[in-house]
Design a protein around this ligand. Structure first.
Ligand SMILES: [Zn+2]
Length: 70
């Protein structure tokens, strides 16, 4: 007997390639890889300069000055 056909084609192309993602250490929101981070992606921790410099945290604190416990 002879086997008909053989092997399945490896399918993979479903939409665009998935970019790596991280979670911002400041705002806690997920952000995707960007070209400007190509070199320092491993060290990137914040989604934007605002979060990296702490502006986001300060703005957030200003909006909610009094938090019930923490
Ligand atoms: Zn952020």
């Amino acid at each position: 007997m002879s086997r008909g056909g053989g092997g399945g084609a490896k399918g993979g192309g479903h939409g665009k390639a998935t970019l790596p993602e991280k979670t911002c250490a400041a705002c806690g929101r997920p952000f995707a890889w960007r070209k400007k981070w190509a070199r320092d992606w491993d060290q990137v921790r914040f989604c934007s300069d605002a979060c990296r410099t702490g502006r986001y945290a300060r703005a957030k604190a200003a909006l909610d000055p009094g938090r019930p416990g923490g």
